[in-house]
Design a protein around this ligand. Structure first.
Ligand code: MTE
Length: 315
């Protein structure tokens, strides 16, 4: 995915993650309790200072594999705004998470800008276990906290003529992260969905991970999570959501639409030009397991692509 410089997009095995620390419910709830205990909001709070509601796990979402060790999921990241390596923790944790505003605009009844905490008060926070499949052929399975994107869409009151949702990461005007100096990339990072995808129950806005507030490297304070699509669709640190009737020009598709297209539905039968997508390497154990169509979520999402299979299943 790197596209520009040499191949650190191609799964460096040196990036092997720490040995498994199996997360259990008790540890999770201990973390949640600490958060529920509440901490005052500062002007520029970091992730650990940001209060979030204790998660209630939604039993509808289960896994076919162990939960990825927390240390792996929070230290092996893609966040190009902070550099093209997987090691962005130090840089990303310098990002101030408050104040943080979200702009909602485009084809809506009334555009608005609101603080992330006001938004969170209006949203029903829950916890979901989801698989995540990166186009680079690594995968993880983690407990996200957050709320359905459909709830945010309803809150935004889009016009019935809106057919797409565009979600945008911060640009230099908001926070001058070091990677944004690379002029080659079409900043800001933008991703998009059809309205039908955005209101599918699986589409989720994450605000936490492992029972704790989301950290900068994972896309705090608001990050899209789409378990049936390649990970690059899951745009991080969102500052703007725009409703439109034009197909969004997405960050990776602008760079190479054949390899990182708009749909990006996980499909083991369609290889990336430089590697197979038939298997995935699990962060933590490094075990290789077969990749499933729609990352195993076909029952929930295949219907979105009836009649569109030719394009929607080929990147
Ligand atoms: N969002 C932004 N703004 N910038 C990025 O570079 N990388 C994407 C996605 N969202 C990316 C992003 C890719 S390629 C993946 S696989 C996931 O974030 C990685 O999420 P994680 O680091 O939390 O595992």
């Amino acid at each position: 995915m790197l596209i520009r410089t040499k191949r650190d997009w191609e799964l460096p095995e040196s990036a092997a993650t720490p040995e498994s620390v199996y997360i259990n419910r008790r540890a999770l709830m201990a973390g949640a309790g600490a958060i529920a205990g509440g901490l005052a909001l500062g002007g520029t709070a970091r992730a650990a200072d940001v209060p979030v509601a204790a998660p209630v796990r939604n039993p509808a979402y289960t896994l076919d594999r162990p939960v990825t060790p927390e240390a792996a999921a929070t230290s092996y990241n893609n966040f190009y705004e902070f550099g093209t390596s997987k090691d962005v923790v130090t840089a990303a944790q310098k990002m101030p998470l408050r104040p943080w505003t979200l702009r909602i605009d485009g084809m809506v009844e009334k555009p608005l800008t609101l603080g992330v905490d006001d938004l969170l008060k209006a949203m029903p926070v829950e916890e979901r276990l989801y698989r995540h499949r990166c186009v680079e052929a690594w995968a993880m399975a983690v407990p996200w906290m957050g709320f359905p994107l459909a709830k945010l869409v309803a809150f935004a009151k889009p016009l019935s003529s809106a057919t797409y949702v565009e979600l945008q990461t911060f640009g230099r005007d908001t926070y001058a992260a070091p990677g944004l100096r690379q002029p080659f990339y079409p900043w800001p990072y933008v991703e998009g969905l059809t309205m039908a995808e955005a209101t599918n129950d699986l589409a989720f806005i994450s605000t936490g991970l492992y029972g704790k507030p989301l950290q900068g490297q994972n896309g705090a304070p608001l990050r899209l999570t789409l378990p049936w699509k390649y990970g690059f669709k899951s745009v991080k640190s969102i500052v703007r959501i725009t409703f439109t009737d034009k197909k969004p020009k997405t960050f990776w598709a602008l760079l190479n639409a054949d390899e990182y297209g708009f749909w990006a539905n996980v499909n083991p039968a369609v290889p990336h030009p430089r590697w197979s997508q038939a298997h995935e390497r699990l962060l933590g154990s490094n075990e290789s397991v077969p990749t499933q169509i729609f990352n195993g979520y076909g029952a929930q999402v295949a219907g979105l692509y009836k009649g569109l299979e030719k394009e929607a299943l080929f990147m």
